[in-house]
Write a protein that binds this ligand. Structure first.
Ligand code: HEM
Length: 216
């Protein structure tokens, strides 16, 4: 138990919860790619997900717990690091990679995007019944929805930040879990690119396709 709250224990919690969140994003992207197959398929998928409502709720609670684990541990370790370095290691901290210093800020921006995303997409979908046209909501030209260009821009910036956050996150994950360099530079490098490169690119393609009316 004590180990869980030690700095290394907290880093392991951040690493593993981050990995689960990345896996969620792959599934989430697949759901969104259904938009390319047309209105009927997308609506049927959402109605199917509504029909297994209890299972989805349990998964959502799990997801929420993992997000909280990730965010709280990240804030606590970053605070501990700051205090530990205060003054004493000024030179060392100045030469730290820019990404590691900005990790907490990009994380907080992502959290902000998350709140907007859940407020408009998740919450709206909760209030609609099976007779609604969910596909139309995906394309809506109103703040918070992707038909709206300023919202689409906020999304793209957030997703690029998520990609940077994930890229740095995967490097840390392999170090934290003590993966030997030969694997980090080998196959695992490509597995990481799938998460921090291909998946964010997929989300951006969905947004551009909505903006340029390829999905309509
Ligand atoms: C093209 C970009 C995206 C679109 C079109 C999109 C769409 C949606 C929609 C429609 C929902 C509601 C699903 C429902 O209640 O049935 C949702 C929920 C959610 N989205 Fe996204 N999303 C996008 C990107 C993201 C990104 C980048 C993240 C994470 C960083 C994310 C995280 C979530 C979470 C955590 C939920 C709530 C869990 C769930 O019900 O599945 N989404 N999204």
């Amino acid at each position: 138990m004590k180990f869980l709250f030690s700095t290394i224990g907290q880093k392991i919690q951040i690493a593993i919860s981050g990995l689960f969140l990345s896996i969620f994003l792959v599934f989430h992207l697949f759901n969104n790619l259904v938009l390319f197959t047309g209105e009927e398929n997308f609506n049927s998928m959402v109605i199917f997900l509504k029909s297994i409502h209890t299972i989805i709720r349990i998964m959502e609670f799990g997801l929420l717990a993992i997000i909280l684990l990730h965010v709280i541990n990240a804030i606590v370790t970053s605070y501990k690091n700051k205090n530990a370095n205060n003054g004493k290691y000024a030179v060392k901290s100045d030469t730290a990679p820019i990404n590691s210093k900005t990790m907490i800020w990009s994380g907080l921006f992502i959290l902000f995007f998350f709140i907007i995303h859940l407020r408009f997409y998740w919450f709206t979908f909760q209030t609609l019944d099976e007779t609604a046209n969910f596909f139309d909501y995906m394309l809506l030209d109103e703040f918070g929805f992707l038909g709206h260009t300023p919202t689409a821009i906020i999304y793209i910036i957030s997703i690029l930040l998520i990609a940077t956050h994930l890229r740095h996150g995967f490097l840390s994950l392999f170090k934290t879990l003590g993966v030997p360099i030969k694997y980090r530079d080998g196959i695992l490098k490509y597995v990481a690119i799938l998460f921090w490169g291909v998946v964010p690119l997929g989300f951006i393609l969905v947004i551009l396709a909505i903006q340029f009316r390829i999905i309509q």
